[in-house]
Design a protein around this ligand. Structure first.
Ligand code: CNA
Length: 313
C-alpha cells in the first residue's frame, strides 16, 4: 500500500515547453508513466475519452459503469460480460505509435529508467523497451490464466474465444476432468440438500466444469504485480530525476498516487489532451501526444523517426 507523504507542490522554475526540453536533455533517470492515450493514434480506444472511449460504449450497451466490466467479482460471477466486450480492446496491432517510439528513443539515449505503463496492449515490448525497464502496472493480454487451477498459457490461445465472444475454458482442467471419470460420476450424484429428493432436477447436480480463463490484465479488486511496488519503492522513488506522464487521465490508484511519493524537487511533466487538476504538475503540454513528443524531440535536436510522422513534418 502506498502512503502519501506529501501533496506535490509545483516547482515554480519550470513552466514552458523549452523548460521541458532542457529537463529532458539533462536528465538520465527518467520515469515515464503512460496510459491508453499513447495508443489511440493506432485506433485502440482509450477508456474515458468522451464519445470514443470504451466506457461510453459500454454505457451505451446498458451497463451502469465501464468499471463493472473489469471488476473481478463480476468476472467470477458472470464472465460473459467481459467476453462480450473485450474484443474491442484486444490488441491486434503489429505496430507502435510515435509516442512508443519516443520511449524507445529515451532508452537508446540511456535516459529511460523505468516506463510504468497502465496499458495492456503490450506495445511497449513491440517498440523494444527492455523488460527490466518496463513495469506493466495493470498486467497485459500477453498471458492468460485459469481462475480455477491457475494454469498459465500464452494470451493468443484465448484470442479466438475473445473475438468470438465465447468464454474461454481451461484446457488443462478439461483434460484432468476427462481423466477422472469416477470422480466426475460421484460429483454428478452430489445433491444440493440431503433432505430434498432432487433426482429429477438437473440443477441439483454439481457438474464439474473446466475453469474460466482470464487474460492476465489486472481487474479492479486484484493486486498489482509485485514488481510494481518493488521497483518503485526500492529504486525509483529514491533515484529518478524527472517524471513524464503521458496519455492518461490518472484516475486509477495506486498509479495516480505515484507523484505524491517522490522527493519534492523531482520535476513532473504532463502530456495529454485534457488537463488534470487532481495531481500537481510543473509543466502541462496539452495536445496529441505524438505531436507533443515530436516537437520536444525537434527542439532537443533528437531525431524521432516513425512511419506515422510525415517526412516534412
Ligand atoms: P483513460 O482514463 O481512458 O485516459 C486516457 C487519457 O488519454 C484521456 O485523458 C485522453 O484525453 C488522453 N488521450 C487520448 N488520446 C490521446 C492522444 N492521442 N494524445 C494525448 N492524449 C490522449 O485511460 P488511462 O490509461 O488513464 O486509464 C488506465 C486504464 C486504461 C488502464 O487500466 C488500462 O488498462 C486501460 N486501457 C488500456 C488500453 C491499452 O492498453 N491501449 C486501452 C484502453 C484502456
Amino acid at each position: 500500500i502506498l502512503r502519501a507523504y506529501h501533496k506535490r507542490q509545483k516547482l515554480t522554475q519550470y513552466n514552458t515547453i523549452d523548460d521541458a526540453v532542457d529537463l529532458l536533455r539533462k536528465s538520465h533517470n527518467i520515469m515515464v508513466i503512460t496510459g491508453a492515450g499513447i495508443s489511440t493514434s493506432l485506433g485502440i480506444p482509450d477508456f474515458r475519452s468522451k464519445g470514443t472511449g470504451f466506457y461510453d460504449k459500454v454505457r451505451g450497451l446498458g451497463y451502469e459503469t465501464g468499471e463493472e466490466v473489469f471488476d473481478i467479482d463480476n468476472f467470477d460471477g458472470n464472465p460473459n460480460i467481459f467476453y462480450n466486450l473485450a474484443g474491442d480492446i484486444l490488441p491486434d496491432q503489429q505496430r507502435f505509435s510515435p509516442t512508443h517510439g519516443f520511449l524507445r528513443l529515451l532508452q537508446d539515449k540511456s535516459r529511460l529508467q523505468t516506463n510504468y505503463t497502465q496499458n495492456i496492449d503490450n506495445l511497449e515490448r513491440l517498440a523494444g523497451i527492455d523488460e527490466e525497464r518496463l513495469i506493466q502496472c495493470h498486467g497485459s493480454f500477453a498471458t492468460a490464466s485459469c481462475r480455477k487451477c491457475h494454469n498459465e498459457v500464452p494470451g493468443e490461445d484465448i484470442f479466438g474465444d475473445i473475438r468470438a465472444k465465447r468464454v474461454a475454458r481451461c484446457k488443462l482442467c478439461a483434460e484432468n476432468l476427462a481423466k477422472q471419470p469416477m470422480k466426475k460420476q460421484k460429483a454428478f450424484k452430489l445433491r444440493k440438500n440431503d433432505w430434498e429428493d432432487s433426482s429429477d432436477d438437473d440443477s441439483a447436480y454439481d457438474v464439474p466444469e473446466a475453469g474460466v480463463m482470464k487474460p492476465d490484465i489486472t481487474f479492479f479488486g486484484e493486486q498489482l504485480p509485485n514488481n510494481f511496488f518493488e521497483r518503485f519503492t526500492d529504486r525509483d522513488a529514491k533515484t529518478v530525476d524527472l517524471v513524464v506522464v503521458i496519455g492518461t487521465s490518472l484516475k486509477v490508484a495506486p498509479v495516480s498516487e505515484m507523484p505524491n511519493h517522490l522527493p519534492h524537487n523531482v520535476p513532473h511533466i504532463f502530456i495529454s489532451r485534457e488537463p488534470i487538476k487532481h495531481v500537481t504538475f510543473d509543466i502541462q503540454l496539452l495536445g496529441d501526444c505524438d505531436h507533443v513528443v515530436y516537437e520536444l524531440c525537434r527542439r532537443a535536436g533528437w531525431a524521432l523517426k516513425h512511419e506515422m510522422i510525415p517526412p516534412n513534418f
